[in-house]
Design a protein around this ligand. Structure first.
Ligand SMILES: [Zn+2]
Length: 396
């Protein structure tokens, strides 16, 4: 905190944060709209806004609607005032990007999956991220790191993940000190949800769920513009809810028949390999021999392989039941769904009908489900969103 603000009371600091947050999320807005929405006086808003204009953080332009009288000016953040770096250490690849304040990419790159040794991972991240950081045309706010597992956002520490050597490590501090930047870390799927929330403008309701299906499955919740972390940093781990008690053992949680063990991409791959070993799945065999990847499996589904279709249909149906469970539990206004499986329209339809068959009461009519195109950079962008939120919008 700079000298200049250290005398501000907690109330004034909270007001400033609220003004910035609303300005970011509802832009373009007028000073009067901000004051009304936040229940603040116009001078309070004007003081904060003037300071942000002085800092070059905002852009101001006349409202296009010509009314009678004076037209109020519209305010929004200046996208090129500051920049944020984000990286996702995903199970299939590492994706990194440099973003402006509006979430538009300046530069981005995909790298191989990070090494499983912690120090090796830090070394390779440093090599990958330094050139990206150097491309920032203006002030760089910091770096956000999204990684699978339980990550304590406040401490920037990986609490538990499948990469045993990373557990207990202060990944935010370690990456930050190597790059000489402020840093933060969180679960990669929660970062994805945050990116959706922050960069959606006013397009998203303030209560929504984000279901992400990849090797694993997670469903972070956004409640009143806040990402729910939970008391153990494990909120949203829908993938480990048991739905088939006599099902296969999940390599991640150890339970039998959790959602991930019957409906994640790892489960689909496992079932398809079993089919091939049993001499089934003729179309898939032709496409991929005996070592298919998920892309080839979807191609075989579309080409009409009956065995592959059964595997995918069942996985997608289970995911539909899970969506119904989430909807019945929290009644979100909207559920966003992202996953490679849902590139295929038939899989989207099947999920919707399985979910709708189990919505309870009004949820059937009033909850919107929206599929997002699969985005390799969603985690990197979300990590940059977390940086913008923490080091710009909520900065004191
Ligand atoms: Zn599990």
């Amino acid at each position: 905190m700079s000298e200049r603000y250290s005398g501000l009371s907690a109330v004034r600091r909270r007001n400033r944060r609220n003004i910035r947050s609303l300005l970011y999320r509802r832009a373009p807005v007028t000073r009067t709209e901000l004051a009304e929405a936040l229940g603040l006086t116009l001078p309070t808003v004007t003081t904060s806004v003037s300071q942000m204009l002085e800092e070059g953080l905002l852009l101001e332009e006349p409202s296009p609607e010509a009314g009678g009288g004076r037209r109020p000016n519209l305010l929004r953040f200046n996208p090129s005032a500051e920049y944020a770096l984000g990286v996702e250490l995903g199970p299939y690849e590492t994706a990194a990007g440099l973003y402006d304040l509006a979430g538009e990419p300046v530069a981005r790159e995909i790298f191989p999956t990070a090494p499983s040794g912690y120090e090796e991972m830090l070394d390779s991240l440093q090599r990958q991220l330094e050139p990206l950081a150097a491309k920032a045309p203006g002030r760089l706010l910091g770096i956000g790191i999204g990684t699978p597992g339980f990550v304590n956002r406040e401490q920037g520490v990986i609490r538990a993940s499948s990469r045993a050597g990373w557990n207990g490590r202060p990944v935010a501090a370690d990456v930050g000190s190597r790059l000489g930047l402020p840093a933060l870390a969180d679960n990669n799927v929660r970062m994805r949800a945050l990116g959706q929330e922050l960069f959606a403008g006013s397009g998203l309701p303030d209560l929504f769920a984000y279901l992400f299906v990849s090797k694993g499955i997670a469903c972070p919740l956004i409640i009143r513009d806040e990402l729910l972390s939970g008391s153990t940093s494990g909120a949203g781990e829908l993938g480990h809810m048991v739905i088939q008690p006599d099902g296969p053992v999940c390599p991640t949680c150890g339970s039998r028949g959790c959602l991930e063990s019957v409906a994640g991409e790892t489960a689909v791959l496992r079932d398809c390999r079993e089919l091939l070993r049993a001499g089934k799945a003729p179309v898939l065999r032709q496409l991929a021999g005996d070592a298919p990847d998920i892309r080839q499996i979807l191609a075989a589904q579309q080409a009409g392989d009956p065995d592959v279709r059964r595997v995918i249909d069942r996985a997608v149906e289970y995911l539909g039941f899970a969506v119904a469970g989430v909807v019945n539990l929290i009644s979100p206004a909207q559920v966003l769904i992202e996953g490679y499986l849902f590139r295929i329209p038939e899989n989207r339809e099947r999920l919707l009908s399985a979910a709708r068959a189990h919505f309870y009461g009004l949820n059937a009519r009033e909850v919107a489900i929206r599929f997002l195109p699969f985005d390799h950079f969603g985690g990197a962008k979300g990590a940059a969103a977390a940086v913008i939120e923490t080091f710009c919008i909520e900065a004191e």
